[in-house]
Ligand binder design. Structure first.
Ligand code: 5GP
Ligand code: ZN
Length: 119
């Protein structure tokens, strides 16, 4: 999809700080990090979200990349949180499937924060 920013990152048309890549996925630092380590892992091919018929080998490659990203960012031992915002209620803003890897600082226990202004 030509208007998709993550397709543009995958194509090298938008510069990104690449952390790890293989034939199926590419991992790069988030442009607006919400933790000392905040890296995104995306499939090179465009899938909107987890419900978009993503082949099992692509899901496998995405999650196999997680510990590699963690090692590259130096958080393998300290730990990290892995998040996929999937669809509207999860506040997915870029509609190209991506896995967030957060780390570098101890996090709170709560994983879910609701927008009080929305039903
Ligand atoms: P979402 O809210 O869809 O789960 O996360 C999208 C993420 O993509 C956000 O954390 C946002 O900062 C990041 N992002 C949006 N545009 C760009 C970009 O052009 N480059 C990079 N590296 N990250 C981006
Ligand atoms: Zn895309």
């Amino acid at each position: 999809m030509s208007e998709c920013i993550f397709c543009m990152v995958a194509a090298g048309d938008i510069p990104a700080r690449v952390v790890y890549e293989d034939d199926t996925i590419i991992a790069f630092d988030d442009i607006a990090p919400q933790a000392p380590v905040h890296t995104l892992i995306i499939p090179r091919d465009h899938y909107e979200h987890l419900g978009s018929g993503v082949p099992a080998e692509v899901l496998s490659a995405l999650f196999a990349a997680v510990p590699k990203v963690a090692a590259a960012k130096g958080v393998e031992e300290s730990g990290y949180r892995v998040v996929v915002n999937n669809g509207r209620d999860a506040m997915q803003t870029v509609h190209h499937l991506h896995v967030h890897v957060f780390g570098g600082r101890a996090m709170a226990h709560g994983m879910v924060h609701f927008d009080e202004g929305r039903p």
